[in-house]
Design a protein around this ligand. Structure first.
Ligand code: ARG
Length: 293
């Protein structure tokens, strides 16, 4: 029997020059090529060190993500990959930057601890003047998402509630504490994405009942992802307020975004998914808010 023809992707899902929109303010992002990428340990349920990883494919897929971000008019900065730090491609975990203030991460697992130093060095060399090393465990934008006037912060697996208080003190924005409960969604950016100053999308079952109530109260018009899209890291998305870069496999979520007036932009990062990461994990936003640097 012949297999049924694959459903055609909707027209908006194709990447064309129309995704470039001169009206969207340009953002500045920090990325790191997966030159030493590997799955050598398992610190989240997606990682299986016995499963082979194709680093060449990972590099190609990552380069495509960087090209997409540049194509949208954003500035991509690069940090050097270091041997012995196979997860370094996930720059989102290395720091959180608000108005030029940098809170460098302190990783939960010793295998990633060295990444914090690499970030500290990069930010200092890049001319950021307010660079602070965290005293409490926080995994940067993996768990601390800047959402307009506040930071949405998760605890449960990596970042601690004490780190939320530290982030509020150092970054100067009020922090809303949320609790993750499903180990597959171990970082906030695997279960929630900030779309613009007012809107978010998230997967409610990843959160405790109290956090779900809080999110519903703060964001009554949020886009709620379905399980199938969350499971392919659909929520691990990078939004510039208009374009939302997300895994091509999250088709349902792309439809929801399109219906809500956003432009979904597909990328494919299957190799990095073997480490439990998607597009957002590879992108750290450098918010200087107009001030130096
Ligand atoms: N293997 C990495 C870890 O478990 C993946 C990090 C993904 N990053 C993210 N922002 N969710 O720490």
């Amino acid at each position: 029997m012949n297999a049924p023809p694959a459903a055609a992707a909707p027209a908006y899902w194709h990447r064309t020059s129309s995704t470039t929109s001169p009206g969207t303010p340009s953002r500045r992002y920090l990325l790191c090529p997966p030159e030493h990428f590997a799955v050598e340990y398992a610190i989240n349920p997606w990682m299986d060190p016995t499963r082979p990883v194709d680093r060449t494919a990972a590099l190609r897929q990552w380069a495509d993500l960087a090209a997409v971000l540049r194509g949208l008019g954003h500035r991509v900065e690069l940090m050097d990959a270091e041997p012995g730090l196979p997860d370094m491609v996930f720059t989102a975990n290395g720091a959180t930057v608000v108005a030029g203030r940098v809170l460098v991460a302190r990783f939960r697992h010793p295998q990633r601890a060295g990444e914090a130093e690499a970030h500290q060095r990069w930010f200092t060399a890049a001319g950021f003047r307010q660079v602070r090393n965290a005293l409490e465990v926080n995994e940067g934008e993996g768990d601390l998402l800047v959402a307009g006037p506040r930071i949405l912060a998760a605890s449960g697996f990596r970042t601690t509630p004490a780190a939320h208080r530290e982030a509020q003190r150092i970054l100067g924005l009020p922090v809303v504490t949320l609790r993750l409960t499903d180990p597959r969604y171990y970082h906030l950016d695997t279960a929630l994405a900030v779309l613009d100053q007012e809107r978010i999308m998230y997967y409610p079952p990843a959160f405790s009942p109290d956090s779900r109530r809080l999110l519903h109260r703060l964001y009554p018009d949020a886009i709620l992802a379905h399980g199938a899209d969350a499971a392919v890291f659909g929520l691990n998305a990078v939004s510039d307020g208009r374009h939302v870069v997300l895994p091509a496999t999250a088709q349902g979520l792309a439809d929801q975004l399109h219906a809500a007036g956003y432009q979904p932009v597909p990328v494919a990062l299957p190799e990095l998914r073997k480490a439990g990461g998607g597009p957002k994990c590879c992108v750290l936003e450098l918010r200087s808010d107009g001030g130096p640097p």
